[in-house]
Unconditional design. Structure first.
Length: 111
């Protein structure tokens, strides 16, 4: 099953604009195997969040990207939960990667 088909099976379905933004963030990963859903979704969500932080994007114009980043990380954890024996390790690794974004953002603003 492709990642795109895996996303199609998620319920509830996201609004069309949000799904389009999620798909755009995932890019070529959509045609990859759904076995890689956790890693692909986390990477895409992390990249969106990094961009939002770097650009200090806090306006309503950024809302769709913020929602997409949140949805991608949520999907990453949903996919990871399909392999319970790996969930704890994947969760720790994901939280570490997400926490690094805050550190990067804080140090980027330093002179």
């Amino acid at each position: 099953m492709t990642l795109s088909a895996w996303l199609d099976a998620r319920r509830p379905e996201p609004p069309a604009r949000l799904r389009a933004r999620i798909d755009a963030a995932l890019g070529e990963a959509l045609t990859g195997d759904s076995e890689d859903a956790a890693a692909a979704c986390l990477r895409a969500g992390e990249q969106l969040a990094r961009t939002l932080l770097r650009e200090n994007a806090t306006s309503r114009d950024s809302a769709l990207d913020l929602l997409a980043a949140d949805a991608l990380v949520t999907y990453a954890f949903e996919a990871a939960s399909e392999r319970p024996s790996e969930l704890a390790a994947r969760s720790r690794a994901a939280m570490t990667r997400i926490a690094v974004l805050a550190t990067e953002s804080a140090t980027a603003g330093e002179p």
